[in-house]
Design a protein around this ligand. Structure first.
Ligand code: MLT
Ligand code: MN
Length: 310
């Protein structure tokens, strides 16, 4: 199974357009310790030819440009894309807005929970994904489904989606619905992805906490991509660039006694990779002490065009 990181940054990308935090400033100077990153997404393929994109970031057009395997090649028909489908893990702007890049009369499948597909369905801008060509396929929590290519053949990749602690997308929050803003289980899902040889990995770009059942599920796995939004829960407040904590945004932090680094120490995972990393997270910087800590604890920090073969 081939995996390519299309984008490793959280919503807004790194550097974010209006962010003048030192991390973003450094990235703008092309400093080798501050590698710019587009918004979070990966592409997965069983054969290296037909690809499935997990979350459609607003940077998708650039991500296709940066990753030639996602472009039609000389031998392909006049209209063609190796992108056979898109799988959504939530309705966040950084995970759905890129769908409009895939506009007009190109066949592919769009997979998401009923909740997320409903949001897409209610927003008429997504009609640019011509329903005659784009099959919207509802996925059910805890039920394995097969990714199919545009000729309706099994791609060799299966996915078991399951709910993880999280929150409804920021732009869909309903304050009248109380503390969780009307969030339901289907709002934030993780994907357990496997191929026909039963090679498996987990894709979890958003997660608010790590209950024991989740830890057990991830134990002894080969590869986990995990929510790396913030280093510290109140980092945006401390750095004077925002008013929200990670908890408020539905993201667990990397550091601290209740942080992901500490909690993952209880289990064995061969390869652990943080993805969806916010501009303020100091572990973005190659030479930071926080990066050193992630490394010492066996974590990698995803970067754009990172390649993994499982
Ligand atoms: C998130 O991950 O919390 C959202 O992408 C935030 C946002 O939409 O800016
Ligand atoms: Mn996000």
């Amino acid at each position: 199974m081939f995996i390519k990181v299309l984008g490793a940054a959280a919503g807004g990308g790194y550097p974010q357009w209006n962010c003048n935090h030192p991390n973003s400033r450094l990235a703008r100077t092309n400093n080798k310790n501050a590698l710019a990153r587009t918004q979070s997404s990966i592409a997965v393929s069983a054969d290296g030819k037909k690809w499935f994109v997990f979350n459609a970031s607003p940077d998708l057009r650039q991500q296709i440009w940066n990753n030639p395997e996602l472009m039609p090649s000389e031998k392909d028909p006049l209209r063609y894309s190796p992108i056979m489908g898109v799988v959504l893990t939530n309705a966040d702007v950084d995970h759905t807005a890129g769908l409009i890049n895939l506009r007009e009369s190109q066949k592919f499948s769009l997979y998401g929970t009923n909740r997320v597909l409903d949001v897409i369905g209610k927003n008429s801008i997504f009609n640019v994904l011509n329903p005659k060509f784009v099959n919207r396929i509802p996925i059910e929590l805890d039920n394995t489904f097969k990714l199919i290519d545009t000729d309706n053949n099994f791609s060799g990749i299966s996915i078991k989606p399951f709910a993880v602690p999280g929150k409804v997308a920021l732009w869909l929050e309903d304050e009248s619905k109380g503390k969780n803003f009307g969030s339901v289980e289907e709002d934030t899902i993780a994907l357990e992805v496997s191929n026909i040889e039963n090679k498996k990995f987990f894709y979890i770009p958003a997660c608010a906490s790590i209950p024991d059942w989740l830890l057990e599920k991830l134990n002894n796995s080969e590869l986990v991509f995990f929510d790396g939004t913030l280093w510290e829960d109140d980092e945006m407040i401390k750095e004077n660039v925002g008013i929200k904590t990670g908890k408020r945004m539905g993201h667990i932090s990397m550091s601290g006694d209740e942080g992901s680094i500490e909690i993952f120490k209880k289990i064995k995972v061969k390869r652990k990779i943080f993805i969806h990393i916010n501009t303020t997270n100091p572990s973005l910087l190659e030479n930071s002490s926080e990066r050193k800590t992630t490394k010492e604890n066996g974590w990698e920090i995803a970067y754009d065009s990172m390649e993994i073969n499982l």
